[in-house]
Design a protein around this ligand. Structure first.
Ligand code: ADP
Ligand code: MG
Length: 483
């Protein structure tokens, strides 16, 4: 992978930093008891706090705080035992308070890191700058009526974690891997469902370009991109747009842009606002948030095994290659499936079946591990028949296809269809003799030095045994006969 982009006067390098908004998994909102279910009818999950009524007081939801701390711990980050909620003031029709309660100078989580799992098996560390808690805004609906806009406040006040990365990424691919890894960590922790289509996770993408070795260039920020594919496309487009301007002698102005996925372009939205435009100040309705160290320690002790740790364990326990281990670990259900198949069996065989034929089948059927027509037990049963030599690899594939179609266990299919492989050397030798007799001319050619014919004989013997002969035995016996 070449990280640089060719320009007319030499190469350019992209610099990318991501700000991810992740909706906290929680029954209630950050400062009110209203529900947070996705897809509820408009304005049915709104308390007076969320609607910004005068005199209403926010009350912090301990569950949301715990979720933010757990996410911070999952990102190997510093937990700030003292943090402050600020008002970030701006006007928007769907922001009834006239400000968003957020954290600015003193966020709940400080510096951490996230490891990218590169396809070549290597790793790259990306710095996490901070994570803070804030309220989501409501939603303006402009497409419901020809002349009116509607407002849905269901989302108003829902807890978001804003997770900010250092400008450490250098390619669109790395940005994609960052989001994939972050989503995996959030899902393992159960702190955000990571559904980008439902808007539970959205990314603001900061992109600049520079000549390798130069200082960072001016960045543009592409707001609210809602799929990993679009993030990568937006970065590629934006970097090339900036390079074209710079090579033309122009300058980049810091601004906020939008990605138009239909046209594949980014478009200017507004010039970049600065922090002072928001008149941040500590929210007088909320005391500083102080965390008991023992409470944080208890959350830490209770964390599940996370992707990096699980990956390391799969490599150590099962001898998997780093990238294979990551592919399995990327989704917790996949790793659990693999471990159920591998337990007490040849782990490499299990890995090659799970990631080979099994994943290919899921892909083909548009299914996931969770609704797979073949269970881990059933796949394990098939592998047992390979291990005890009942099935060759070739026959096993045939049995696997039948398992998908019929839902029957491997052993039953083998019995019913007589698919047991022939290992009996007498039977194989008989088949070999018949083939060699029938092809005396080819035998002579082979013996005269035409080595390539060996494959032909193997094929003929397999055909004569309806594909059931043990391939290793066929090879061995054929060599002996012809030698
Ligand atoms: P703001 O909150 O105003 O958007 P921040 O300083 O918090 O500004 O930075 C936001 C994001 O921009 C971070 O993810 C950071 O990594 C990224 N970033 C900062 N400088 C650059 C740059 N020169 N090029 C690309 N990304 C950058
Ligand atoms: Mg920003």
């Amino acid at each position: 992978m070449n990280a640089l982009i060719d320009g007319t006067n030499g190469p350019w390098e992209m610099v990318i930093g991501l700000e991810v908004h992740a909706q906290v998994t929680s029954e209630a909102k950050l400062f009110s008891g209203a529900a947070t279910a996705f897809g509820a009818p408009p304005n049915t999950q709104v308390s007076l706090v969320d609607a910004g009524f005068p005199g209403m007081l926010p009350v912090i939801n301990a569950r949301c705080v715990a979720q933010a701390v757990r996410t911070g711990l999952g990102l190997k980050a510093t937990i700030n035992h003292h943090s402050v909620f600020d008002r970030k003031n701006y006007f928007y029709a769907d922001l009834p308070q006239g400000y968003q309660i957020s954290q600015y100078l003193q966020p709940i989580v400080g510096k951490g890191s996230l490891i990218l799992d590169m396809p070549d098996g290597s790793s790259r560390e990306i710095g996490i700058t901070r994570l803070h808690l804030e309220q989501d805004a409501g939603k303006s609906l402009h497409d419901q009526h020809p002349s009116l806009s509607f407002i849905d406040l269901n989302r108003s006040g829902i807890a978001l974690m804003e997770i900010v990365s250092e400008p450490d990424m250098r390619t669109a691919e790395e940005a994609g891997l960052y989001l994939t890894k972050l989503r995996a960590i959030l899902r393992y922790l159960g702190t955000c469902d990571g559904n980008m289509e439902e808007g539970s996770m959205r990314a603001d993408v900061n992109v600049s370009v520079r000549r390798p070795g130069d200082a960072f260039g001016t960045r543009c920020e592409i707001k609210n991109v809602n799929s990993i594919r679009f993030v990568k496309q937006a970065i590629e487009y934006e970097a090339r747009r900036q390079i074209a301007i710079l090579e033309d002698g122009g300058t980049i102005h810091q601004e906020t842009r939008l990605y138009d996925a239909g046209k594949g372009v980014t478009r200017s939205m507004r010039s970049k606002e600065d922090a002072h435009d928001y008149r941040y100040f500590p929210d007088p309705d909320l005391l500083p948030l102080v965390l008991e160290p023992a409470w944080v320690e208890a959350l830490k002790a209770d964390l599940p095994e996370l992707p990096d740790e699980k990956k390391a364990r799969l490599i150590a326990d099962y001898g998997l290659k780093p990238y294979d281990a990551w592919v399995l670990v990327a989704e917790r259900e996949q790793a659990a499936f693999f471990e159920a198949v591998a337990r007490g069996r040849d782990a490499r065989l299990a890995a090659s079946w799970v990631m080979g034929d099994f994943f290919a089948m899921l892909n083909r059927l548009g299914k996931t591990v969770t609704d797979s027509p073949v269970s881990a037990d059933a796949l394990g049963g098939l592998l047992d028949l390979i291990a005890d030599n009942t099935l060759s690899g070739r026959l096993a594939k045939e049995v696997f296809e039948a398992m998908i179609e019929t839902g029957q266990p491997a052993a039953a299919i083998v019995e019913e269809r007589g698919l047991r492989q022939v290992t009996d050397s007498g039977a194989i030798a008989g088949a070999i003799d018949a083939v060699l007799t029938r092809n005396a001319d080819k035998v002579a050619e082979y013996r005269a030095g035409k080595d390539k014919l060996f494959g032909f004989f193997v094929g003929q013997v397999m055909k004569a045994t309806a594909g059931k002969a043990n391939p290793a035995a066929v090879n061995e016996l054929l060599k002996a006969r012809l030698g």
